[in-house]
Design a protein around this ligand. Sequence first.
Ligand SMILES: *[C@@H]1O[C@H](CO)[C@@H](O)[C@H](O)[C@H]1NC(C)=O
Ligand SMILES: [Ca+2]
Length: 261
Amino acid sequence: MYATRDVGMLLFGLIWTACFVLEETQAWGYKNGILHNSIWLEQAAGVYHRESRKGRYQLTYLEAKAVCRFEGGKLATYDQLEAARQIGFHVCAAGWFDRGRVGYPIVKSGSNCGFGKVGIIDYGYRLNKSERWDVYCYNPTAKECGGVLTDQQRIIQSPRYPEEYEDEQICYWHIRVRYGQQIRLRFLEFDVEEDTGCLADYLEIYDSYDDISGFAGRFCGDELPEDLLSTGNVMTLKFLSDSSVTAGGFQLEYLAIDFID
Ligand SMILES: *[C@@H]1O[C@H](CO)[C@@H](O)[C@H](O)[C@H]1NC(C)=O
Ligand SMILES: [Ca+2]
């Protein structure tokens, strides 16, 4: 038989747990009931979505294959895409996958995504391989650079820094500090191949847990970008270099600060 006090403790424990879970999920961004964190999911399942550097739906089947190979991977199979979907991989964009099939993984359908269904929205094997879509690649050992950072303070450097970075590099850094804190980025060194529009090499910063929302800037050249302050406790950095011309690279520091109201 429970004494009243024990029931009270139990209730307290349950409420505490519920609050904790709620706080954590908010930190990780449940949007429309979907855990929306592409980076984690990509790392978990080895499956990721890419579009052409020119934008959405620009890749023929051959080009799609080349994009995956470029990053050391290959086209994802239906089963790999489905395995990723089962742990929450959700992308609302049709892409090529293995053997000329096109589709996309949906965890929860939205008004303009999924036609009210969940699962792999499958456009089938395409007869016309010149059609243009995005692509789903598979590479369980990708991501040599970047990572999930949870320290209160840390230096982030381009790969091989202070040597020049290499061609064909893609890195994601996902910074997550304590709930209720903000992240301040301060650039220490910056030298990335310069071109107008930063289409060749660039560092992109997102005030968000992924590289889909919260775009805060794209940087290249050798001018030191200004400090940046996140609105929440997560931030994403993406560094990409193309297949020619490198530069000195970059070094920056992030610092977690308690939210000032
Ligand atoms: C194949 O698709 C491309 C791109 O959508 C289109 O331009 C072309 O006419 C199509 N070819 C055939 C035979 O339908
Ligand atoms: Ca370059």
